[in-house]
Design a protein around this ligand. Structure first.
Ligand code: NAP
Length: 343
């Protein structure tokens, strides 16, 4: 049974009737509700799956929502992960599969869905971390929603674009954001890798085995990526490192043919692999939880955010080091905070 009530008294009603909750001006009796999860985990990368494993093992009623199965998030794009404890030189996709299979073996439910909004069931966001335990409503693109006592938000980040005029026009016609996915299309051709971090260096290493020539173009003369990888690249005959320039324009008839640099150089290249960092998937959280100037959710190691019952794990939160191992650690921390909060 659903009863429409006056919105003024929603809060009191929620507190008064233990057997019902209020959603958008309606009292909904618990018996009619679908599941109310202890925790809904948004994202199935290392942070989300680690949180799922800890929460499930603690006996919580949990659901993981994943946007698109790609093999446990961004990690799937790494050809080789060589710094995850105890599993050296593992392919990123395979490592992600290990995480996923581990979670599934414990009975974790993973559901496909794009989260388009998150709010509290009475529309108010509780800003006190240990405050009034309202229910969270995670809304999906098909209009359905999930209710939960807590949320662990581990949606990760997406590839940053270079921001040059022709970039979007050449996506799929030479411009790519994933060397592991698209590198094979450029066998024996020349390609450019943009960026100076570990992603760019890793992509260049991967492409150097496939492509005729690889040009790394970086805007500064210092690299953020590992010195050891940079040294290996400097030793490769088909790798050319160009620093202190920007990519200014892209040219080509139907597909990419030339990359024009800010110093006037023109590189003949069939591919441009953009590896200039990531941006957090937090657009839907504006006004819900505190974000920093770059859009990351403000949270420290305990993953507690400005909103009670809402936790941020992995690349989406403010932190120094965004790695698989730090994301997995966040998942454990976030789940342990959820357990504490529910008690
Ligand atoms: P990142 O470390 O943030 O590096 C981004 C690079 O792109 C920087 O060199 C930056 O230049 C450049 N950049 C940013 N915006 C640009 C623009 N608009 N135009 C031109 N250049 C631009 O990002 P990442 O390489 O993706 O790495 C992200 C995190 O994942 C890091 O912590 C990294 O160590 C980690 N990671 C680890 C592995 C591994 O261990 N196997 C692999 C990949 C990534 P500036 O340097 O001038 O700012």
């Amino acid at each position: 049974m659903q009863v429409v009530v006056n919105s003024d008294c929603l809060h009191c009603l929620y507190r008064l009737y233990v057997n019902c909750i209020v959603i958008e001006r309606q009292i909904i009796f618990m018996t009619e509700l679908e599941n109310i999860y202890d925790v809904v985990i948004v994202g199935s990368g290392p942070a989300g799956l680690s949180a799922a494993i800890y929460a499930k093992r603690a006996g919580l009623n949990i659901l993981v929502i994943e946007k698109e199965y790609m093999g446990a998030g961004q990690i799937a794009y790494s050809d080789k992960v060589d710094n995850y404890l105890g599993i050296p030189a593992v392919n990123g996709f395979d490592l992600g599969e290990c995480f996923r299979n581990h979670a599934i073996s414990l009975g974790v439910d993973i559901e496909d869905g794009e989260v388009t909004g998150i709010t509290c069931t009475d529309g108010k966001i509780d800003t006190a971390p240990a405050g009034n335990k309202l229910l969270w409503k995670t809304i999906l693109s098909d209009g359905t929603y999930k209710l939960s006592k807590t949320v662990i938000y581990a949606a990760g980040s997406h590839h940053r674009h270079l921001g040059i005029k022709e970039e979007d026009e050449y996506i799929g016609k030479g411009v790519s954001y994933c060397a592991v996915c698209d590198g094979a299309f450029y066998k024996d051709k020349s390609v450019v890798v943009a960026g100076g971090g570990n992603s760019a260096l890793g992509d260049a290493m991967y492409l150097a085995d496939i492509c005729h020539d690889v040009y790394i173009v970086h805007r500064r003369d210092e690299f953020r990526g590992d010195a050891a990888t940079l040294k290996k690249l400097q030793e490769r005959k088909n790798v050319h490192i160009i620093t202190s320039v920007n990519i200014q324009a892209l040219r080509g008839e139907k597909k990419l043919e030339e990359v024009v640099l800010s110093d006037g150089q023109v590189i003949k290249a069939a591919g441009l692999f953009v590896a200039v960092g990531m941006e957090p998937e937090t657009d839907i959280l504006k006004g819900i939880v505190e974000l920093d100037n770059n859009g990351y959710i403000v949270a420290v190691e305990d993953c507690v955010t400005s909103a009670g019952g809402f936790y941020a794990a992995g690349d989406v939160r403010t932190k120094q080091l965004r790695q698989v191992i730090t994301a997995a650690a966040d998942g454990a921390n976030a789940a342990s905070q959820v357990i504490k909060y529910l008690k």
